[in-house]
Design a protein around this ligand. Structure first.
Ligand SMILES: [Zn+2]
Length: 72
């Protein structure tokens, strides 16, 4: 999965809505379950991370939120 470079300032998303479990996709007008990325630890194990929220639509992966807040 590739994530486009984005810059979000600390606290910049604090007033944005919380991330829902399902995302109304503006691209296909369907709902997609919101998925989350993982942290890869130094020993190679993976732990779930809520930092990046994304949905999969057709062949694309789209970032929808960061650290519990929607991008707008
Ligand atoms: Zn879609």
């Amino acid at each position: 999965m590739t994530i486009p470079f984005i810059a979000v300032g600390h606290g910049e998303l604090d007033n944005n809505p919380d991330i829902p479990e399902e995302y109304n996709c503006p691209r296909c007008n369907h709902k997609h379950p919101v998925q989350y990325g993982e942290n890869v630890e130094k020993d190679g194990t993976k732990t779930p991370s809520k930092m990046l929220a994304y949905v999969k639509c057709k062949k694309g992966v789209y970032l929808v939120g960061i650290n519990g807040k929607m991008l707008k």
